[in-house]
Design a protein. Structure first.
Length: 403
């Protein structure tokens, strides 16, 4: 229960339970009989479980909730059995109260959400529900008052259980979608990696063949050729190491796809301007020829996803600006590529829309230790800005290690 909203709800409910406990005590819910003292012990134990619930693990929470529900239900059935055995004897001052059902309701809400999927996790919710619903039986009669309370408890506890189950299903679906999203992003990296390796290995082979062909006739050209081969090989090793690290947990055989980088951004912008009537302008600043493949393909993906979102959501958009700039950091001088896409469309609705495109983009950018932010821009419209770090060149490190 580390999320601020969940912790605030727990603190609020704990305050409600404390107030209910004081009210039950002052309302003589705990009378002079022995059963009343047992009831007070059960109430205090259940409230204590709620108080420590944020620190209980999934397995411990389910087990403790089972114990709390069993204690409450066992007390109810025991008192009801005594009433049947000795009719009319007041074993209990009052079976009702607010603190105990309130505590059981909280457990009924959080166990389906946080509990482990084992036998205690499956037994705890129906056990808690039954303990809440059957408490009026401790009155010892099936009178109208008990039936009315049972009906109220049935509807209330069923509603809480339905909320808890729905919450669990939503969380499960979100985890499933997040897992699929990560797998999709890693598969895209795998496709890029395949084409990148094919591209560079082919270039290395061609350069080696050319060097071999001119070795006897033009030996002075061999050292530059070997330098180009070394540069291509070390660049390939750098990007392969980064991308394979991203794909370490990915299973399945990657499919083939064309490698898209900075050079293909021109085609994206031109294609966008040709469809839909909005003007699109591309501003490029800096040199991009030596970018690692994971940075180039991620920059391309940022522009592609941003233009797609503009086409879908930016109503009344007439102008789009795409800026791709490479610069050194102000502190450590490390290279970075900044990609910014803005439009002048009307403010869009951002709530409840799923947002898996931007979520997938954030996952892609995070894989190369980049940053991305999206939101309204000054003067109207929407903007997406990603900062992609460029790793230091590997040849210098290899050369230093070789020396």
């Amino acid at each position: 229960m580390g999320r601020p909203l969940a912790r605030a709800g727990w603190l609020l409910w704990l305050a409600v339970l404390g107030t209910a406990l004081v009210f039950d005590y002052r309302s003589d819910r705990f009378g002079p009989y022995d059963a009343d003292l047992i009831k007070l012990g059960v109430v205090l134990a259940v409230v204590a479980v709620v108080a420590v619930s944020p620190w209980l693990g999934a397995r411990a929470l389910s087990a403790v909730a089972c114990a709390a529900g069993a204690a409450s239900l066992g007390f109810t059935l025991a008192v009801y059995g005594l009433h049947l055995a000795v009719p009319g004897f007041p074993f209990l001052n009052s079976p009702y109260g607010f603190a105990e059902p309130g505590a059981l309701v909280w457990l009924l809400l959080i166990v389906p959400v946080r509990g482990r999927r084992e036998w205690t996790g499956w037994i705890a919710p129906p056990l808690l529900w039954t303990a809440i619903v059957l408490r009026p039986l401790a009155l010892g009669t099936g009178g109208g008052n008990a039936i009315a309370m049972i009906t109220l408890f049935v509807f209330g506890s069923t509603a809480v259980l339905g909320i808890a189950v729905t919450w669990r299903l939503i969380m499960t679906e979100q985890r499933r979608q997040s897992s699929m999203l990560r797998l999709e992003q890693r598969n895209e990296f795998a496709r890029d990696l395949h084409d990148f390796v094919a591209h560079h290995v082919t270039g290395i082979v061609v350069q080696a063949q050319g060097a071999l062909a001119i070795a006897e006739r033009r030996p002075e050209l061999i050292p530059p050729a070997l330098e180009r081969i070394e540069q291509a090989g070390t660049e390939a090793l750098t990007s392969m190491r980064h991308m394979v690290g991203m794909l370490r947990d990915t299973e399945g055989r990657p499919a083939l796809a064309p490698l898209a980088g900075i050079g293909e951004i021109d085609a994206l912008v031109e294609g966008f301007a040709g469809v839909g009537g909005a003007r699109a302008r591309l501003d490029r600043e800096g040199a991009f020829d030596d970018l690692p493949v994971e940075v180039a393909t991620t920059a391309h993906r940022v522009v592609m996803e941003s233009l797609t979102n503009i086409r879908k959501h930016a109503h009344g958009c007439t102008e789009v600006t795409v800026r791709v700039a490479r610069s050194a950091g102000p502190e450590d001088g490390a290279d970075s590529v900044t990609v910014r896409v803005t439009d002048n469309g009307r403010p869009r609705h951002t709530g409840g829309g799923g947002g898996f495109g931007l979520r997938g983009l954030a996952e892609r950018v995070a894989l190369i230790s980049g940053r991305i932010q999206a939101g309204p821009v000054t003067g109207g419209g929407w903007g997406v800005e990603a900062t992609l770090p460029v790793a230091p060149a590997l040849p210098h490190r290899l050369a230093g290690a070789a020396r």
